[in-house]
Write a protein that binds this ligand. Sequence first.
Ligand code: NAD
Length: 535
Amino acid sequence: MEAAVKPVTSDAPAELESFSPIDGARLGSVQAADPAEVQSAVDDVAEVQPFWAQLPLADRARYMRRAGQAIIDQLDDLATLLTREQGKPRNESYSMELVPTIDALRWLAEAGPGILSDERVAMPVFMKQKRSRHTLEPLGVVGVIAPWNYPWSIPFGEVAFALMAGNGVVLKPSELTPLIGQRIQDTFERAGLPEGLVRTVHGDGAVGQALVESSVEKIFFTGSVEVGKRVGMACASRMKGSVLELGGKDAMIVCADANLPNAISGCLWGGFANAGQTCAGIERVYVEREVADRFVEGVVAGAKALRVGDPRDWDTEVGPMVSTEQLEIVRSLVDDAVAAGATLRCGGQRDLPGLPGVGAYAPAVLTGVTPEMRIMREEIFGPVVPITVVDSLGEAVELANDSEFGLGASVWTTNRAKSERLARRLDAGMVWANDHMYSHGAVSCAWGGVKDSGLGRSHAKFGLLEGTNVKLMSWEPSRTRNFWWHPYDESLGRALHSSAQLLYGRDSDKPAALRRGAGPLLRLARKSLRGAFRR
Ligand code: NAD
């Protein structure tokens, strides 16, 4: 049975039911929003947000710490729900979802106030009497639209960053994972944040679209390229911003001097964690010929040894796919590659005994793939690692960059200088050496991609700034008149010409510039000081 949802219709508020991909069991339901009601949720949050925005940064930071404690207090319960609703192995619910968000809240509490505080601006030499500051104001109410693959850590992070910056949030979780999505709002309420500052609207794409079209000031969208582009365009046409975290086709480059056992283990984790349903999962491997046989052998043996089964068991390493649709996408891409001449070295669709849910796809390794195959161009979003042997690192970089995506990439070598040289040549938002994708769990690091993988950044100071309006506030003591004000005469242009040479020009021109400019500069100085004596 698939993890289906009841369709949301616009004529009546419906229930949105959630089914486990493990065994098809009905886990519960939430109230689905009618798209027509989304604006009123935004309006409700807008009533509360101004009070939150008034809170000093140190107080907002205290709430972030409390939210971290609120997660700790329900950790096992949340992990169980995550695994049951989305299907990721129990250990990954802790390691890839929950614990990173506790650390994210701590980071926001510690680093947030410094990043969000006013910043003094150094003024040009012509304007030294003025005092200027950049102040970072909250946007107001923002919308967060989330996917199902990391239904906790992705939206939780977006919501927490927006709140720390002083915003209110309307969250639209994925329709496949509404129960865990609802727990995000509940957790902030448990932590004592003002009720109504975070509201959740449940439903499918129509509800997401209504949120985009509502009066929210910005949309933080994570999901597919196709929907993301539509969301970005709809936001642009309303003059509102969007941060788009979209799909990926990450490459792993294995150099001949890599620590091979580590590269093999890293490939297994980067390719098969969360059953490969990770935007920055390894989707292509380019390995230097010298070590290719040993690498392929190790990855195939390791993939066969991964334990596929009930994700509620502690030792399961690969659980079921989230839905029959997702399973079908993976199956068809692998079948297409094999029909085009690739070799499936291991893996494939597999029922899980006693678990009549979606079913699993056992970790698959493909060799003999070529760049034009669909599996090398489209996002797989499943536990499949296609491996290509290359004759040089130049060829590896060229093939890695030959993609519409540009989320992450990794380089595996024991030579740090080489890893940095390769990193600079890769078209990606993130390049990791001797690891892959882990940095989503370290929110001090920026997250995001180039090309079709998205726009803007989550996490780090950049993620906080995405939730703010930068306002310039400038003070002029008003003791003098600006020399560029009216009335105009020849002395202004002449004085500026000389000043440009004196301040920024070559040294040999300066004496002549001073001779030519002395008169006009004196006249300008007199004009400026006139205001000072007139008071
Ligand atoms: P999706 O695009 O189908 O849906 C994402 C969200 O958008 C869901 O909540 C959905 O209901 C909503 N939505 C659908 N149509 C909409 C519309 N017209 N307007 C507004 N909202 C709409 O993606 P998905 O299948 O849930 O997630 C998988 C995709 O997300 C993959 O492509 C994956 O690579 C990507 N992803 C990217 C990142 C990243 O950080 N770059 C992280 C996780 C997932």
